[in-house]
Design a protein around this ligand. Sequence first.
Ligand code: HEM
Length: 541
Amino acid sequence: MSQTFSKDQVASKNKSDGLWVIIDEDVYDLTKFQDEHPGGKKILQRVAGKDASKQFWKYHNEGILKKYKGQLQIGSLDSKKAAAPAAPAPAAPAPAKPQVSSDVKPAKSDGTLEPYGDLIPFADPSWYQGYHSPYYNETHAALRDEVRQWVESEIEPYVTEWDEAKKVPDSIYKQMGERGYLGGLLGVHFPTEYTNARVQSVPVDKWDNYHELIITDELSRAGSGGLVWNLIGGFGIGCPPLVKYGKKPLLDRILPGILAGDKRICLAITEPDAGSDVANLTCEAKLSEDGKHYIVNGEKKWITNGIWSDYFTVAVRTGGEGMNGISVLLVERAHGGVSTRRMDCQGVWSSGTTYITFEDVKVPVENLIGKENQGFKVIMMNFNHERIGIIIQSIRFARVCYEESVKYGNKRRTFGKKLIDHPVIRMKLADMARQIEAAHNWLENIIYQAQSMEETEAMLKLGGAIAGLKAQSTKTFEFCAREASQIFGGLSYSRGGQGGKVERLYRDVRAYAIPGGSEEIMLDLSMRQSLRVHQMFGMKL
Ligand code: HEM
């Protein structure tokens, strides 16, 4: 912003027909905006011509300035040292090329990375804040910065609108492809054979599971389960089985379009009458008489991204009862007979939760994923990847609730002191932080184990721990959402505004605690499976 003004010039604009204010040494013309200001115009008229920084920060968070700067800032005070450029505020975010900050410094001689972020204790994982970690290097630091810049500039300011509109612009999903993030989220090596997109800050041969963790974690910082599920909810669980067990001609035909962000895929397992007990599903696929097609009939419910999907990775019954009669098929909307309708849900509004019906859908046998009647294994392998995604998101959402609470607690005053100075509030924050850190450290350890093991070994040995951590992380999320709501009071009871993230996340909690295995089933499984596996190791009782 090149124009500068003196304080006297601003002071002369102190009427409703010329209403300027100063916020953090920048000058804003609110003349037209006053009529649409959600806080009312009189309150703006009272600070017309003055420095309103203190009042502004009392009622708003950073997101508001980011969103309105481009529209309302007309310059800066002449006394300001280096006027910051106004952030662009497009009505609908335009695609942009990734830009990696040149600030990412190599690891220091003691192995730690440069501190990054706001440095609020526990609001980011400890390796962000200059602490030692065996897991991360400069490529992780660079990716974290790349994703955070994108989220802060093009996603976070608009997330509330998208959630209310129950849709994220297609251009954002397309960028997921262009930036190489879709290619990086498959839980396998980076699939260079199917996409030309590359993650700008990480060479493909360096790609590992911690990079995958960072993408999901940083996307989750926007504080919306709907956003994260829109971008990776269908893809992250629907595409890995296709890549791991699909036949090459099928992959050659459809994977490039999916990884480019042009076509969408989702996972369809749950049915109106079969959720966590997958072995009981009834959607049937009968082989045609000529043996060339499966004819699929049945219903699927609570399917993330279903309404927008071109492809559906579907669990079907091809054989007898129980887990040995299940197969996985790649159904294409273009096959005909696929109907999708949006479901109204408590949370994750922009994720497109869908009810699907398949009526005599003719699916070529080439679209079988894995072997006939051996689909249960495909589904089980996939569950660990899905659950780790849920864990990453839940822990970050818990952190967002905690971070918002710390910031608000340092700003809001009651009974003559800041909230943070009341021991009862600090106790809440401490209870949040201890659970977040415990869950995150367990997560990093499990990712290290998964990366060091062959896939079947990982499924056996880690299934119990992953199930336990899923329950731990969703309980942590629920606890933090509740405590943050208490700290924000009325501001997190109404939607939008300063408590907006907390209010939204509070509504999103059940979407994490139930799907991918409910807390009850996860806790039970964690013990059953761990005991069974350790019996194989020679456990002595
Ligand atoms: C660049 C200038 C400003 C912009 C773009 C702006 C924008 C907004 C927006 C979008 C809201 C809705 C709630 C939210 O999303 O946070 C809001 C609420 C509000 N604003 Fe502003 N505002 C500005 C300046 C001010 C100033 C200078 C004051 C005080 C003197 C003020 C007082 C309020 C109040 C009291 C509310 C209602 C808060 C609540 O619901 O708890 N605003 N403003």
